[in-house]
Write a protein that binds this ligand. Structure first.
Ligand code: FEO
Length: 396
C-alpha cells in the first residue's frame, strides 16, 4: 500500500488506497476506493493524474521511491475532478518545471478555476500526441464521461489505456490487478460505479467505448480500483451492455413505510411480478442505500416506488431516492407508484408525479390504500398489477 507497484517495465502505480472512505458525494462507497496515479519513466518523466489532496504525501513518497519528483517533465491531467487533480498543487510544488497536459479548453478552464493559472499548461484535443521518448502518448477526449473535461490517454508502446473514471470501481484492496482480485466483487463494484457516475452519460460513454475498441489494448489502467489486464474483454463486454441502458426485464420495488401498510403493498406487488415470471427485487429504503438501489435500476424494466403520506407529501427517504433516480435513470422504464394514507393520498401522488417527470411510462395508474389494507385489498392490488404486467409482456 505504501510502495509503488510496477505495472509494466518502467511504468508504476503510485496512487493511494483509501480504505475508509464511505461517502463519495452521496455514493455509499462501502468498500472504500483508490485514487490511481501512474508514473512513466521515459526520456521525459510523465505522471498520469494525481490523487485526492489528503493523500498527496503518499503520492510524492511513492514517486520518490522511483525518481526525484523534481524531475517530472509532464503531468497529464485526464480529469479535473478533485479526486484526481487534488494533489496537483503538491506535485507542482516539488516539480515546478513540469508542464500540465489537459484537454482544451474544458480541462484548462477547470484546472485554472481550481488551482489558478500559475502553472505551465498545454492543452490537447482528440488525436493529439505527446512524444516522451520511446513512447508517444495519444489523447482522446471523452467529454461528459462524466464531466466536460474528461479525456483518456493511450500509450501505444505499452498498449495501456489510462482511462481515468471509465472502467473504474470504488474498491479498496491491497491487490492492483484484476487477476489477483475477487472478480465477482470487482465486477459488482464496476457496475455500481457505472450506475452512480456514468449512467446519465451512457450515450457519450458508448461512443468512448467504441473509440477505445479500435485501440490495441492489453491493459486498462483506470483512476479508481484495480487495473484490468486479464479480463479486458469482460469489462468491455459489460460496458457495451451498460452503455446500451437496455433493461434486463426485471422489476424493482422500492419503498419506505410508516406502519407497514405501504410495506404490505410493496410485498404484494413483488408477488404480482413473481406470479408473472418477472425476476423482482424488493428494497426497503430504511436499509438499502440509494446508491446501491440505483445499480438495480440498470436491469429493471419496471420500477415501482411506494410511499405513505407524511406531512402531505412522500417520506423523506423516498423523496431522496426519487431525486437521485431523476438525475441518473435512463428513461426507458415503466413506473408504478403506490402507497398508503390516512386522509390524503399525497404521498403516492407525489411519487407518481416524480416517476412521470423522469419520463417513465405509467400504465398502472397510482395504487393508493387508505389506512390498513385488508387481505381482500391486497388480493385486488395483486390482480390489478398482474393484469397490467401481462398486457405489457404480451401475455394477456
Ligand atoms: Fe473519479 Fe469524476 O472523478
Amino acid at each position: 500500500m505504501l510502495s509503488a507497484v510496477q505495472i509494466k517495465p518502467d511504468i508504476y502505480w503510485v496512487g493511494a488506497v483509501d480504505f475508509n472512505v464511505r461517502n463519495f458525494h452521496g455514493y455509499h462507497t462501502y468498500r472504500g476506493s483508490t485514487y490511481n496515479a501512474y508514473l512513466i519513466m521515459d526520456e521525459k518523466i510523465t505522471l498520469i493524474d494525481t490523487v485526492k489532496a489528503p493523500f498527496a504525501d503518499e503520492l510524492i513518497d511513492k514517486i520518490s521511491q522511483i525518481v526525484d519528483p523534481a524531475k517530472i517533465d509532464y503531468l497529464v491531467s485526464n480529469h479535473v475532478e478533485m479526486d484526481h487533480s487534488g494533489s496537483i498543487p503538491a506535485v507542482m510544488k516539488v516539480a515546478p518545471n513540469a508542464t500540465i497536459i489537459t484537454s482544451g479548453p474544458q480541462g484548462l478552464n477547470g484546472l485554472k478555476a481550481h488551482y489558478g493559472d500559475g502553472y505551465n499548461y498545454q492543452t490537447v484535443n482528440t488525436g493529439d500526441t505527446l512524444n516522451i521518448g520511446k513512447r508517444t502518448l495519444t489523447f482522446v477526449k471523452t467529454m461528459m464521461v462524466h464531466w466536460p473535461d474528461n479525456m483518456v490517454t493511450y500509450d501505444a508502446y505499452d498498449k495501456i489505456l489510462f482511462s481515468n473514471d471509465a472502467f473504474g470501481q470504488h474498491y479498496a484492496s491491497n491487490t492492483r490487478f484484476d487477476d489477483d482480485s475477487d472478480m465477482d466483487i470487482v465486477l459488482e463494484q464496476a457496475k455500481k460505479y457505472y450506475a452512480n457516475i456514468v449512467l446519465p452519460y451512457s450515450k457519450q460513454a458508448g461512443k468512448a467505448v467504441e473509440a477505445c475498441g479500435g485501440l490495441d489494448i492489453d491493459m486498462i489502467a483506470p483512476g479508481h480500483g484495480i487495473i484490468w489486464r486479464s479480463h479486458i474483454d469482460k469489462i468491455m463486454e459489460c460496458y457495451k451492455e451498460w452503455t446500451s441502458t437496455e433493461p434486463q426485464g426485471r422489476a424493482l420495488v422500492v419503498y419506505d413505510s410508516m406502519w407497514h401498510s405501504t410495506e404490505a403493498m410493496a410485498k404484494t406487488i413483488v408477488d404480482a411480478f413473481t406470479a408473472c415470471g418477472i425476476n423482482t427485487r424488493l428494497c426497503d429504503l430504511k436499509v438499502d442505500h440509494i446508491s446501491s438501489i440505483i445499480t438495480e435500476v440498470m436491469d429493471a424494466k419496471y420500477v415501482a416506488v411506494g410511499s405513505p403520506t407524511l406531512n402531505m407529501t412522500c417520506m423523506p427517504n423516498v423523496a431522496a431516492f426519487l431525486c437521485y433516480l431523476k438525475g441518473l435513470s435512463p428513461k426507458k422504464r415503466i413506473g408504478l407508484a403506490f402507497g398508503s394514507y390516512g386522509w390524503a393520498a399525497k404521498g403516492p401522488e407525489r411519487v407518481a408525479e416524480e416517476l412521470a417527470g423522469i419520463g417513465y411510462d405509467m400504465p398502472f395508474g397510482t395504487y393508493t390504500q387508505q389506512w390498513v389494507p385488508t387481505a381482500e385489498d391486497l388480493e385486488a392490488l395483486k390482480l390489478s398489477v398482474m393484469d397490467v404486467v401481462r398486457q405489457q409482456e404480451g401475455l394477456a
